[in-house]
Each structure stands twice: as structure tokens, then as C-alpha cells.
Design a protein around this ligand. Structure first.
Ligand SMILES: C[S@@+](CC[C@H](N)C(=O)[O-])C[C@H]1O[C@@H](n2cnc3c(N)ncnc32)[C@H](O)[C@@H]1O
Ligand code: SF4
Length: 450
């Protein structure tokens, strides 16, 4: 197996771990889940944004069949294993959703970049092979693709054509971009359909902080210029949701030895700017660092007192931001920011031994295919090569192996995992043994991002 490029001494202390790259699709108003199957930990689930209520999404008719096939296979595999027999082959299914890193190339040098260690690697996708892999997955139930990184997706030479290709497969598509190639986003805009989204990681309200945080290779690129593309993109396709992403940084935060530029004081300015520039929403989330083992760690301040001071500044800025934006524009605190502010992040760290989400959502990168966005590029989380899914039986075999070998109760013991309640819900279904309804328990929400 190829050695993934994770390195760097990262401080470890009292920490929560989220995923910087976890999907953040079209945001809905906050709501409690209405899953007809009870989640294992309803109190926790209530703290989760609707876009992160994955158990509810998995009960949609379009996804339920895969869930049933997977749970039934797990039951049989466990039973046979307990009897000392060989587990059966996995059914002919594929993940329902993937994070797809089209490239590791990046034209910024963000001081805070969580994927710094895997940027600008030599490994590349071969377009034909990548298309073959995604096609094989789509034939087996894949519903959505989030084009993201390690790397800047719009720098992939065939970016626009690839978006078009994914749409011809009938997939829901989202893009997380640094916004530097507004021209390419505009070219791709007509191909997106209802429910698709593009989220730009801008993290600032002023041109000055934007440039100091992101260090773009272009000597002239400004936040003003990036935002000026939004009305054109919106005009090209009003159905496409446009998000302004803001990772909140504060004094004391660092990437390894690099101190990050503080932007917490620009939250309100950024919300106003996003509202004026025709974004649909702004999403605030906390800054993460890399744990020594490669997972993503939140290390907000040197002491509990400093953390509290940061949290109250964030709360005050959120309130101010909500007060000054145009009607209909949404100011969102990501789930991980909300659990940070509520002090409940520890509730999300007790994972079952088997992470079932490894089957339902994977991460395909030029460095290989990984089991989770929180472990992107980490050797022990690698399911297989980048084109693993071009041969589905091999991919299913690799997935069965990692389901067996990767002990999430240990490997993710400090991870504040957004999939926590969904994993427990799946675990209970596997263990319960009761017949599963053939008809999906939930209704179709047309949200397939996991
Ligand atoms: C690594 S970037 C790659 C995709 C694209 N180049 C971009 O800038 O959006 C993916 C996401 O991770 C977020 N991110 C990067 N570093 C982070 C950190 N230290 N903490 C939290 N989120 C981070 C970015 O804001 C972005 O939304
Ligand atoms: S439990 Fe699964 S989904 Fe959660 S962080 Fe671990 S590998 Fe990722």
C-alpha cells in the first residue's frame, strides 16, 4: 500500500477532533431530527444540524436499499465469524457519497491549511480511470460527490468537464473551492441542479486579512474580485446554492510552528460582505489542527479560560452578524462550532468499534482511497488505491478489510465525530437482528450528501 504523506509534529492536548472537510451541504433551518427509527443517542442528535442528520438521510427511499443490504451482510458476517467460519463477500454495493479530491495542487498557501502536508504531491488522477471508478460506483448506488481537497478542485485541468460528467451520471454535486477560479466556477454553473452547492473558503471580511491568511500565488487577487463573480454565477444558475465559508481563527492558534492570522474580529464584516455579494449563506466553523496521528484536532486556546473568552467573542459576533444581513440570508454556526460553544463535544467521542460510515461514505484522492474525511491521507485509514472502485469486487474486499481492521472506538477515541449517532444507530440495527422493512422508513428529501 502506498505511503500517505502525513507528517509534522502537532501538539496534543485536551482536544476535540472534527473534520475540516466534512460536507456542509445546502443548509436548512435548524431542526430536530424526525427519524422514524430512533437514533441511539437522541440528545446528541438534537444538537446536530439537519444537514448532519445522516441517519435521517439514510432512510430516504433512494438510499435505504444500500443500508439494508449492508446491515444484513454485517449480521451474517458477524454470525459466521462467531462460528469460526469465513465471512461472505460483501454485496455488490458502493458508497452512497464520496469526497473526491480531484487534485492535490493548490495555488494558495493558507497559514491554517489542515491539508498542508498532502498539498502539491506528485500523484495525480488519470481522468479516464477516475471516470471509470465513479461510473462503477454510480452503477452501484453512489448518489453524491463533493469535489474538495487536499488541493483546489478548480485547478484540475478538466474541472468543468468533470462536473458535467458527474451530472450526466445523475449525481448530486458540490464543490468546496478557494474561489480563485471564478471563471471556471461560472463555466461549470449551468450544469448544477437543485440541491447542488458551491462553498468558497474565504475566512475574512477584508482584502488585507484575506491575502495574509491565504497567500494566493496571484499577486493581485483580492476578496473583492472573488466576490464579484457571485452575481454572475447566480445569474447563470439561480438553483445553485452559494456558500461563504469562514474558519474562525484566534490568537494562539498554529499549524505546526506557524502561527495563524487571527480573523475572529472580521466575522461580522464577512457576513455583511457575503450577504451583499449574493451568497446564500455564511457558515462559521472552528479552526482545527492536526493531531500527531494525522487526525484533525481542535485546540482552541492554551487554557480553559482562554477558550471561554474565544467562545464568548464568537457568540457576540454571531449575534451581530445575524442582525446586519439581508432577509433570507443565512448565518450558520457549523455543528462542530455549536458543540464547541455548548461544551458538549465530548459526547461525540465514543464510537462503536466498527465505523459503518466507512462503507457508506469514502474519500477518493490522488493519494488513495480513504475511509473518512477526518483521516484523509492517513496510512492506517487507507482503503486502497485512488482507482480502487474501477474494480468493484476489489473495492468491496478492501472495504470489508478496513471495516474489520479499523477499530473506531480506539482510532477515533478523541474524534468529535459528526457521524457518531449515525454509527450507533447502524450498530444497533446490526446487533438487533430484527427484520428490516423493505420500504424505506423515511421520505425522500433529495439530500444525498453524507
Ligand atoms: C483544505 S480545503 C481544500 C479545498 C479548497 N482548496 C478550499 O480552500 O476550500 C477544504 C476545507 O477545509 C477547510 N480548512 C482548511 N484548513 C482548516 C483548518 N485548519 N480548520 C478547519 N477547516 C479548515 C477549508 O476552509 C475548506 O473549507
Ligand atoms: S468513527 Fe468513522 S466517521 Fe467517525 S471519525 Fe472515525 S472513521 Fe470517521
Amino acid at each position: 500500500m502506498k505511503r500517505a504523506r502525513r507528517k509534522g509534529a502537532i501538539r496534543r492536548r485536551e482536544a476535540g477532533i472534527f473534520s475540516a472537510n466534512v460536507n456542509e451541504p445546502t443548509p436548512q433551518p435548524d431542526s430536530s431530527p424526525t427519524s422514524s427509527q430512533p437514533a441511539a443517542k437522541p440528545a446528541e442528535a438534537r444538537a446536530v444540524e439537519r444537514v448532519h442528520d445522516f441517519a435521517q438521510k439514510l432512510q430516504q427511499p433512494s438510499m435505504w436499499r444500500t443500508v439494508v443490504d449492508y446491515v444484513q451482510w454485517q449480521r451474517t458476517a458477524r454470525k459466521l465469524k462467531a462460528e469460526g467460519k469465513q465471512a461472505p463477500d460483501m454485496p455488490d454495493i458502493a458508497p452512497l457519497s464520496i469526497n473526491l479530491d480531484l487534485t492535490t495542487a493548490c495555488n494558495y498557501k493558507c497559514d491554517h491549511c489542515i491539508d498542508w502536508d498532502i498539498l502539491n504531491s506528485k500523484e495525480k488522477h488519470t481522468d479516464d480511470e477516475l471516470r471509470a471508478s465513479v461510473t462503477r460506483m454510480a452503477e452501484r448506488g453512489l448518489k453524491s460527490v463533493i469535489l474538495i481537497g487536499g488541493g483546489e478542485p478548480t485547478l484540475y485541468p478538466g474541472f468543468v468537464g468533470f462536473v458535467q460528467f458527474l451530472k450526466t451520471l445523475g449525481l448530486a454535486v458540490a464543490v468546496v473551492s478557494n474561489g480563485s477560479r471564478g471563471d471556471r466556477l461560472l463555466q461549470a454553473a449551468p450544469f448544477f441542479t437543485e440541491g447542488d452547492w458551491v462553498r468558497l473558503s474565504l475566512d475574512s471580511g477584508s482584502n488585507d486579512v484575506f491575502r495574509r491568511m491565504h497567500n494566493p500565488s496571484s499577486p493581485t487577487l483580492t476578496l473583492d474580485e472573488i466576490c464579484s463573480w457571485m452575481p454572475k454565477i447566480k445569474a447563470a444558475n439561480p438553483a445553485l446554492q452559494l456558500g461563504f465559508s469562514f474558519v474562525i481563527t484566534w490568537k494562539g492558534g498554529s499549524r505546526g510552528a506557524v502561527k495563524v492570522i487571527e480573523n475572529i474580529h472580521e466575522m461580522v464584516m464577512a457576513a455583511k460582505r457575503a450577504s451583499d455579494a449574493q451568497f446564500d449563506y455564511i457558515s462559521f466553523k472552528p479552526f482545527l489542527e492536526r493531531h500527531a496521528d494525522g487526525s484533525e484536532v481542535m485546540d482552541p486556546a492554551k487554557s480553559e479560560a482562554e477558550l471561554q473568552a474565544v467562545v464568548s467573542r464568537i457568540q457576540k459576533n454571531l449575534e451581530e452578524a445575524r442582525a446586519i444581513v439581508r432577509p433570507g440570508f443565512r448565518v450558520l454556526a457549523s455543528t462542530n462550532l455549536r458543540v464547541l460553544m455548548a461544551g458538549s463535544w465530548r459526547d461525540y467521542t465514543h464510537q462503536p468499534k466498527v465505523c459503518h460510515m466507512q462503507m457508506l461514505r469514502q474519500v477518493v484522492t490522488p493519494l488513495g482511497t480513504f475511509n473518512c474525511p477526518a483521516h484523509r491521507g492517513v496510512d492506517k485509514a487507507q482503503v486502497g488505491d485512488k482507482d480502487l472502485w474501477s474494480v468493484p469486487p476489489a473495492a468491496q474486499h478492501g472495504t470489508a478489510r478496513i471495516l474489520d481492521e479499523f477499530d473506531a472506538s480506539h482510532e477515533c477515541r478523541e474524534v468529535t465525530c459528526l457521524y457518531n449517532s449515525t454509527n450507533w444507530w447502524l450498530e444497533e440495527m446490526v446487533e438487533a437482528g430484527a427484520p428490516l422493512p423493505a420500504d424505506a422508513p423515511g421520505s425522500e428529501q433529495n439530500d444525498w450528501f453524507l
